[in-house]
Design a protein around this ligand. Structure first.
Ligand code: CTP
Length: 412
């Protein structure tokens, strides 16, 4: 457990919604304070059935806000000011109902209104019965929130207050704080990648067959976008060159949309000159139709042959640059993960490769969770199966660690 203290106070707006895990909010407020954060608490009506505002007021040292239309409180710091005040909005616990209201964009109480009004990153620590968590409605709300860049921490597996077992327990306060890496959000201590430029490729590419058809793959872009958010949270200036994806760019990340591998290559090579790190998270089509038809292909032949030609390997090109950036690639393998990945690391001349098994139970392209084996010349680390946002944080920390180990003179 890290207890990194952040000397310049980060302002955390803690939202507490109505679940049994609300009792952990007291510990969370205390721990946030211990790590140097300034905390203001907002409770939903249901949360007050589980925990009294007085407790959280005593621990945070500030009046706890509960109502949107409270003339007394609004006369002090009104809700828009409160939304502006926050560097980070953390909702813990986030119930199924709260997630549904956030996903729908409702503003029917103070907490949901603040979530709409703030420009600060929004982080949720869900807590609910495991059946409620697994329900398609909750999973759809989760996907919508993640697509908008909301970070989700947990839930954990285990015994539940209702006596059942499964995913739905809120993470422990220390786990939440470790995942938040508050130090990287405070402006005063020099986030570890401050002043560094990062270029990331993400998503699939589309290779046109004719004006209306294409060859593509199932990449969602989740890993690349999540990594972009994690590296931006560590102070880097991040640009994502992305093939078509339904995801929105994470907070503070510039998005360069492209379609084909050739467009991706051009966009990357035009920007790589002043980059310190390059991460190739895109699932680039290895081949493209040699001559896409100018007009829609008609079904007047009994057989149709496609002639494909190889696309340029963007990652290998960047890795081969003289004085190029620190280069990280991905590898998706169906067997012999470590051996194949290490061969790719060496063959392409990479600084690091993040490999995962596909086609099995444990993750891959269009899944919410993944596990990675990360290799670099002379080293390796396993990052266990976890939601992609959490995995992205762990990978970002490892990238920072290896990058700074290679370029110690540039460390700020
Ligand atoms: N990559 C790239 N440009 C390509 C192909 C791949 O930048 N034209 C990058 C991907 O973003 C990823 C890595 O290279 O970081 C994947 O390497 P690759 O050798 O393509 O792996 P696989 O697609 O798994 O290849 P293979 O089928 O040979 O195992």
């Amino acid at each position: 457990m890290s207890t990194a203290f952040c000397p310049v106070s980060i302002k955390v707006l803690l939202g507490v919604s109505g679940g049994i895990a609300a009792y952990k909010a007291a510990e969370l407020v205390r721990r946030l304070g211990e790590r140097g954060a300034e905390v203001r608490v907002v409770m939903t009506a249901a949360a007050r059935s589980f925990m009294t505002p007085l407790t959280l007021q005593a621990l945070s040292g500030h009046e706890v806000r509960c109502d949107l239309l409270d003339p007394g409180a609004e006369a002090g710091m009104d809700h828009i000011e409160l939304a502006r005040w926050a560097d980070l909005v953390l909702v813990a616990p986030a119930t199924a109902d709260l997630m549904a209201r956030l996903a729908a964009g409702l503003a029917d109480d103070l907490l949901t209104t603040l979530a709409l009004a703030t420009t600060a990153p929004l982080v949720l620590a869900p807590a609910m019965n495991h059946r409620m968590w697994r329900h398609p409605a909750t999973q759809e709300n989760l996907a919508r929130l993640q697509d908008r860049g909301v970070r989700i921490l947990g839930p954990a597996q285990g015994d539940q207050a209702c006596g059942e077992q499964g995913p739905g327990r809120m993470l422990e306060p220390d786990e939440i704080l470790d995942a938040l890496a508050l130090g990287t959000l405070s402006s005063g201590i020099g986030p570890r990648l401050a002043g560094r430029r990062v270029l990331i490729t993400a998503g699939p590419t589309r290779e046109a067959l004719d004006p209306v058809r294409y060859i593509s793959n199932r990449s969602s872009g989740h890993m690349g976008y999540a990594l972009a958010g994690s590296l931006a949270a560590r102070g880097a200036e991040v640009v994502v060159v992305s093939g078509p994806s339904a995801l929105a760019a994470p907070h503070g990340v510039e998005l360069v949309p492209v379609e084909s591998a050739l467009e991706m290559e051009a966009a990357v090579m035009a920007r790589i000159g002043d980059c310190d790190l390059f991460v190739a998270a895109a699932a680039v089509s290895d081949y493209r139709p040699q001559a896409p038809a100018r007009q829609k292909i008609k079904k007047d032949q009994t057989e149709l042959n496609l002639r494909l030609v190889k696309n340029p390997d963007i990652l290998a090109q960047v890795a081969a640059l003289v004085q190029g950036p620190f280069t990280v690639g991905f590898a998706a393998e169906t067997q012999d993960l470590e051996a194949h990945a290490r061969t790719k690391l060496t063959a392409k001349g990479l600084d690091m490769i993040a490999a995962n098994l596909v086609g099995g139970e444990t993750g891959g392209f269009d899944r919410a969770e993944n596990a990675l084996l990360v290799l670099w010349p002379g080293g390796r680390r396993s990052l266990p199966l976890s939601p992609k946002a959490r995995l992205a944080d762990a990978l970002a920390d490892l990238i920072v660690e290896r990058y700074l180990a290679q370029a110690p003179s540039q460390d700020s």
